[in-house]
Design a protein around this ligand. Structure first.
Ligand code: ADP
Length: 606
């Protein structure tokens, strides 16, 4: 105990461990495999850096983030901890040679590498000769196809670990992992017996809010209002590159706010410049795609605004988690219009793998086949209609089925080795099924976030429950729903109950739009054909607008009275909570009206 504290102080100058750190370090020092789940900013790095310096042998850290590796090693060097280094594609061949030589001479205790490095023969040969004590898998959720940031290179880790002459203890770390992803991480790494340390994902200093808006115009106005109430540095997340530029231009021209766009289409120099100006406070606001923020060590981010909805609760929490790392209050606001959901749906559908994609891939593969290897040019495949995402899906699918193995992969090309099996129709079908499951899962995750946006319950509680954490009564600055509930703003009515009763009468499930149409007494062809107009509840809510009925249904989904499947055309179903509400017959909360943009005044000057 005292020994660990002394080491903490000696290497890092800290006087105390943060929640979870001590337990992870103790278990690792005792030789256990560990899965640690800790929120961003809590200090995951220390969990392996400290054992790394204390253990006699070498600690190998697998990290997918090239920029982060350099930052971490630089920051260790400034602490006079020089026995750390990294290997990645950004080194010159000379630097690379020197570092490899240094590793061979035993100059380093802590070595950061990108996952694809493990496949190069020179590196695995070198490592197998070294006394490896600890293998760290940072951002471990990347190994799971159920995670929000799956990276095929991570799939090779298990084989790498098993191939080592002396198996080191394994420490897997991540900020966000649902129970399912946690299970997957353990399985994929082959460390089923690992000790799990979950150190509170709760961030009591973050105030969480979501606003439902009718249109893009209403959203810009809401953004203006939200920003007026905020101060300090913040990030505004948008869905597309184009949007980052449009919103930044709006802030600069209309609000006179120094803001900079940031996205993956900018040059590395431009991006580094924006990052730098944001960290030193020159630009208080960065309007960015989700490419921004990973690995940025800025403690005093006071707000995160989601101008567009992310793809999942995992992604959302990771992004808002960048605010308020100094423990001071920070505000996180998500602005939602139904169009955002449609965009996400479109992206998921557009990403689906088809038989045609498999064929394109296979032809390119056979054409370039030489000595059992083939190099696929990504640009060439893109020209034939296969984009990088699909390419990744096809390649991983084929690798999983033992048809090929991936040797090298970078932005320009993919090097493949032929596997023991030929692709036949059966394998092709299996890969397509796998892709369907993947689509289903993405839709389910999107629906979970949409439900969270529409819920009337405590946002913090719903979030933490989603991550499998049991929650005590939330404390501190909480969320917009808790604020509304405590001020008695919540309205109740019997109308939502009618929605549930109507669903109960339907002989089969329908989608939310159809449901709204039935409740409003629409005379659509299939409604009449199916005799839905004869149901007692047909037209029961005809006095309400379509938007209001849809909002009511979304709220019932958000509060868990209804659920929707992850199919491409999801249908509504009553949950046990929904059945119970029907039998109790009490009024239920109604959502506040969706915010419209006010009409422009006549003398409005642009
Ligand atoms: P994460 O990887 O979990 O996002 P980091 O490892 O980057 O977080 O740590 C975030 C910050 O917290 C760093 O600046 C680090 O130096 C600091 N930190 C970590 N552990 C402690 C500690 N026990 N006491 C004080 N500061 C700490």
């Amino acid at each position: 105990m005292a020994q660990l504290l002394a080491a903490l102080n000696k290497y890092f100058g800290f006087t105390d461990f943060r929640p979870g750190q001590r337990e992870v370090v103790e278990q690792v020092m005792a030789g256990q495999d560990v899965l640690a789940i800790m929120p961003t900013g809590q200090g995951k790095s220390l969990c392996y850096q400290l054992p790394g310096f204390m253990l006699p042998g070498i600690t190998l850290v697998i990290s997918p983030l090239v920029a982060l590796m350099k930052d971490q090693v630089d920051s260790l060097h400034t602490r006079k901890l020089h026995q750390a280094t990294f290997l990645n594609s950004q080194l010159t061949p000379e630097e690379h040679r020197q570092r490899l030589a240094g590793i061979r001479q035993g100059k380093y205790k802590l070595i950061y590498v990108a996952p694809e490095r493990l496949r190069t023969r020179s590196f695995s040969a070198l490592i197998s000769d070294m006394p490896l004590d600890l293998l760290v898998v940072d951002e471990a959720h990347c190994i799971s196809q159920w995670g929000h940031d799956f990276r095929p290179d991570y799939l090779y880790l298990r084989e790498f670990i098993q191939g080592l002459a002396r198996r080191p203890r394994v420490l897997a770390l991540t900020a966000t992992a649902t129970p399912r992803v946690q299970q997957d991480i353990l399985q994929q790494l082959g460390i089923e017996q690992a000790v799990k340390v979950v150190a509170g994902s709760d961030r009591p200093n973050l105030y969480l809010a979501a606003r439902r808006l009718a249109s893009g115009q209403a959203k810009l106005q809401a953004l203006t209002l939200v920003l007026a109430g905020l101060s300090g540095s913040g990030i505004i997340y948008t869905a597309t590159r184009k949007e980052t530029e449009e919103v930044a231009a709006f802030l600069i021209s209309q609000l006179k706010l120094p803001a900079a766009p940031y996205h993956a289409g900018m040059t590395p120099e431009q991006r580094a410049a924006v990052q730098e100006s944001f960290i030193n406070g020159e630009y208080p606001v960065v309007v960015a795609t989700n490419a921004f923020g990973m690995g940025i060590d800025k403690q005093d981010i006071r707000f995160v605004i989601h101008y567009s909805m992310p793809a999942s609760i995992e992604a959302y929490y990771q992004e808002v988690g960048r605010a308020g790392r100094d423990g001071q209050p920070a505000t996180c606001t998500l602005l939602y219009t139904p169009r955002d959901r449609a965009l996400q749906d479109w992206m998921i559908n557009n990403d689906a793998l088809t038989r045609e994609h498999l064929v394109i891939f296979w032809k390119a593969y056979q054409r370039g086949w030489r000595n059992g290897r083939s190099i696929l040019d990504i640009n060439e495949l893109a020209a034939a209609g296969l984009d990088e995402n699909r390419l990744r899906l096809v390649a991983v699918g084929l690798e999983r089925h033992g048809v090929i193995s991936l040797v090298e992969r970078n932005a320009e090309y993919l090097e493949i080795e032929s596997g023991p099996r030929e692709m036949d129709a059966k394998i092709a079908r299996a890969i397509l099924r796998q892709s369907e499951r993947h689509q289903f899962d993405r839709r389910t995750k999107l629906q979970a976030l949409v439900n969270w946006i529409h819920t009337g319950s405590c946002r913090r509680r719903v979030l933490l429950e989603y991550f499998g954490e049991r929650v005590k009564q939330p404390a501190g600055r909480c969320c917009d729903n808790c604020t509304a509930n405590s001020s008695g703003e919540e309205e109740y009515s019997f109308e939502p109950l009618e929605v549930l009763r109507c669903l109960q009468q339907l002989p089969r499930g329908v989608g939310r739009k159809k449901m709204a149409a039935i409740l409003r007494g629409a005379k659509e062809k299939d409604i009449i054909e199916r005799d839905y107009h004869l149901l007692p509840h047909y037209g029961k809510l005809k006095h309400l607008t379509g938007t209001a009925v849809l909002a009511m249904i979304d709220r019932l989904l958000g509060d868990g009275y209804l659920m929707a499947s992850g199919d491409q055309y999801p249908v509504l179903e009553l949950t046990p909570k929904g059945w119970e509400a029907i039998s109790l017959g009490n009024p239920l909360p109604v959502p506040p009206e969706v915010e419209q943009s006010p009409p422009k005044p006549a003398n409005h000057i642009n």
